[in-house]
Design a protein around this ligand. Structure first.
Ligand code: URA
Length: 220
């Protein structure tokens, strides 16, 4: 699995990348998904927010973080003092992976495999190369692992400004060239959907906002 053959030339901007990603066949996830959900936002954004993969709503609408998790994220960004207009939002994997349990209609999110994450990674590298954010925020374990390797534990490392690993940083990251020019660092936090699943939503939400504030301060 590898998206590399589908990437446009190095000089492509976000529009060209998005167009090319729409017909990516770099892994089998395109077969069942409705469409590629590419990143969105300002090409000059100072902060890049990285999720896991599109969910059901995102798959239907073709835009990242437009479902329930997106609403949590939007509110948390506002509470952390981060202007969403100055952010670029994308996912580690650009197609929705799901299962439909027997006798059910609803599509249930399934975590992407390391192989799928590695296959999709060239798109993220290309986005980082164009946007060159100051800070990257990894939303949840999958995003953290996509950037820092599979041994990454979000519970242990969240809420601190970590050194940007480049793209040879994670031992199993798959390589593809270092993208580190100008990137100050990385902040990992929980995925906004964890707030929706939690019993103590308020506390979990407060933790998300407090981690996002670390990223906001790094931008000052
Ligand atoms: N969850 C994600 O990780 N990304 C999205 O775009 C939506 C939900």
């Amino acid at each position: 699995y590898d998206a590399t053959p589908y990437l446009p030339g190095r000089r492509a901007g976000l529009a060209g990348l998005r167009r090319a990603a729409a017909s990516c066949r770099g892994c089998p996830l395109y077969e069942d998904a409705t469409q590629t959900v590419f990143g969105e936002g300002d090409s000059d954004a100072r902060i890049l927010l990285l999720g896991e993969q599109p969910g059901d709503q995102e798959d239907r609408q073709g835009r990242p973080f437009v479902g329930p998790a997106g609403r949590v994220l939007e509110r948390a960004l506002a509470d952390a003092g981060i202007d969403p207009a100055g952010a670029y939002v994308t996912n580690a994997v650009k197609h929705f992976k799901f299962v439909v349990p027997e006798g059910r209609k609803r599509r249930i999110h399934k975590a992407p495999s390391l192989r799928e994450m590695t296959a999709c990674r060239p798109w993220l590298e290309a986005e980082l190369r164009v946007v060159r954010p100051d800070v990257v925020v990894a939303l949840g374990a999958t995003a953290g692992k996509a950037l820092l390797g599979s041994s990454f534990r979000v519970t242990e490392r969240r809420g601190a400004l970590l050194q940007w690993p480049g793209f040879d940083g994670g031992a199993d990251a798959g390589g593809g060239g270092v993208v580190d020019e100008g990137i100050l660092g990385l902040v990992a936090t929980i995925h906004p959907s964890a707030v929706l699943r939690a019993d103590d939503r308020d506390a979990v939400y407060a933790g998300l906002v407090s981690d996002l504030r670390v990223a906001a301060r790094a931008l000052d």
